[in-house]
Design a protein around this ligand. Structure first.
Ligand code: PMP
Ligand code: GLU
Length: 403
């Protein structure tokens, strides 16, 4: 076995790929827990609620009705109709069923679009902080990520002027999320308009607007980039059921896009995965037809957890944090602690700090390096108040030991 492994060389494509830091950290905490360590994991962006009963009932009915065979690659017609209605109801966007492609998650939807559009050397603009997988999906597609930095002083959001300055004749795509993972920042309608004005002048550029956290917004109504009609055909709106409906394990995401891009994504998917799970699709029809007002309790729970986490962070000397308006992450600037030590451990960067907190506080967070922000650390507050209280107490004590 050993000999065979040594003789096989993995592809350059794979060798250049980083493991997802969010998934790596949650794996590590699972391992430590199985060794009997009392690790609290705030590393994975995953709602801790159960999937609502009415959705599970729809899945059970789908099985009883024998929806168990291969599905149409872009998704069942009734599901795509439900998504079309959802886009109209929640986002005032007009996407017909043939402009919608259902996939095995927003992650796959993004990969489908990038694979459909990017040639070797094409530049893909990614505002940082960004979600970990964007960069790796672009690299695997032989595109060149072009990072545009946004700091805490602008609430981690870029402006149209910054976007314009990053555009070259090789620019093919821009990818960003609002509400944003990892910062929780939410672009206002005006801020999106500023971005849209730039895109209008570059009709060959496509924007992937990742709106997977749309319903987890504490301050305002969600705004979609595709609402600006003169650039709508340039926008691919990505969404899914994972976050809002606590359905991370069911694996369903979708896009709304022009027919050319939708057709290309179906083609990619037809070769890689086929249509996503039949039972999940029927369950998702129930989720997407439901009134999003049923999510209010979950959103208020996230809001009080955000207050709890921010309260502790604000009491720690040296930490800087924005006030996230959506998603379920806080992304504090922890650079004050770089160069400080406790015992034999010196913390020189965000990776060191994440490892220090795992060892010393038994709390798993994710290094900001993975999100293109080496001065920060991501805390996911998708956990109970009791868990968060204990975790934040431990984090505070461990940080205060660093001198
Ligand atoms: N986009 C962002 C910004 C995310 O945080 C996630 C996390 N899962 C995804 C996409 C992928 O979601 P899905 O579970 O639908 O693949
Ligand atoms: N998107 C979540 C996160 O950022 C889940 C993990 C993943 O899919 O990478 O933690």
């Amino acid at each position: 076995m050993q000999i065979v492994e040594n003789m096989i060389e993995l592809s350059k494509r794979l060798q250049a790929m980083e493991e997802s830091a969010t998934i790596a950290m949650s794996r590590k905490s699972r391992e430590l827990r199985s060794q009997g360590k009392d690790v609290i994991s705030l590393s994975l962006g995953e709602p801790d609620f159960n999937t609502p009963e009415f959705i599970k009932d729809a899945a059970k009915k789908a099985m009883d009705d024998n929806f168990t065979t291969y599905t149409p690659v872009p998704g069942y017609e009734d599901l795509r109709e439900a998504i079309s209605e959802k886009f109209k109801r929640d986002n005032n966007l007009d996407y017909s069923a043939d402009e919608i492609v259902v996939s095995t998650g927003a992650k796959q939807s993004i990969a489908n679009v990038v694979l459909s559009l990017v040639n070797e050397g094409d530049e893909v603009i990614i505002p940082a902080p960004y979600w970990v997988s964007y960069i790796e999906i672009v690299k695997v597609s032989e595109g060149t990520p072009v990072i545009v930095n946004a700091g805490i002083e602008t609430d981690f959001k870029i402006t149209g002027a910054q976007l314009e300055a990053a555009i070259t004749p090789n620019t093919k795509l821009i990818i960003f999320s609002s509400p944003c993972n990892p910062t929780g920042s939410v672009y206002s309608k005006e801020e999106l308009r500023d971005i849209a004005e730039v895109l209008k002048n570059h009709p060959q550029i496509v924007a992937i607007s990742d709106e997977i956290y749309e319903h987890i917004n504490f301050v305002s109504k969600h705004e979609s980039l595709a609402q600006f009609t003169d650039i709508k055909d340039q926008v691919v709106t990505v969404n899914g059921v994972s976050k809002a409906w606590a359905m991370t394990g069911w694996r369903l995401g979708y896009i709304g896009a022009n027919k050319q891009i939708a057709g290309a994504c179906s083609k990619v998917q037809g070769q890689f995965t086929s249509g996503t799970c039949s039972i999940t699709q029927k369950a998702s029809v129930a989720a997407l037809k439901a009134d999003p007002a049923v999510l209010n309790d979950m959103v208020s729970a996230f809001k009080s957890r955000r207050e709890l986490v921010l309260g502790v962070l604000n009491s720690i000397e040296g930490l800087k944090t924005n006030v996230p308006e959506g998603a379920f992450y806080v992304f504090p600037d922890v650079s004050y602690f770089y160069g400080k030590s406790y015992g034999d451990t010196t913390v020189n960067n965000s990776n060191d700090l994440a490892m220090y907190l795992l060892d010393e506080a038994l709390v798993a967070l994710v290094t900001g390096e993975a999100f293109g922000a080496p001065e920060c650390l991501r805390i996911s507050y998708a956990a109970s108040e009791e868990t968060l209280t204990e975790a934040m107490k431990r984090v505070k004590e461990a940080l205060e030991k660093l001198k």
